[in-house]
Write a protein that binds this ligand. Structure first.
Ligand code: CO
Length: 134
């Protein structure tokens, strides 16, 4: 059911510093920051030949990644995003298998303008999973 790895997301305490490191030290193509108020984050995408890296920094007081950064002040891998062809079909199949979908269970529009859902990390080996309709 899952397809390509769309991105690996890394929560970072300093978005400008992390962006500069990827651009300069690692020599990557780094996109400009985008605020995602619906998700409580500011994101920077880094294009790699086979996938993307998503740098995440909290936006607003209720950011869902604030707690993660409190526990991991230097930053860390926050989630993996897999592509699916049909997000509602994927959601219904996962729920039938007993997986927990976070939030209301309805897809939100993600950073690429496409519907996304998140799956509970405790159901997936401790790894938060984002599904994005490709
Ligand atoms: Co993501």
């Amino acid at each position: 059911m899952i397809g390509r790895l769309n991105h690996v997301a890394i929560a970072v305490p300093d978005l400008a510093a992390a962006s500069a490191q990827y651009r300069t030290t690692l020599g990557a193509v780094v996109r400009p920051p985008q605020d995602e108020p619906d998700h409580g984050v500011t994101v920077v995408f880094i294009d790699l030949p086979n996938t993307k890296i998503e740098l995440l920094c909290p936006l607003g007081a209720d950011s869902p990644i604030r707690g993660f950064l409190d526990k991991n002040p230097a930053g860390g891998i926050h989630h993996l995003c897999y592509e699916v062809d049909d997000i509602l079909t994927a959601r219904d199949r996962l729920k039938a298998e007993g997986a927990r979908v976070l939030g209301s269970g309805e897809p939100k529009i993600g950073a690429h303008g496409k519907p996304v859902l998140f799956l509970h990390p405790k159901d997936f080996n401790g790894c938060l999973i984002e599904l994005e309709q490709a």
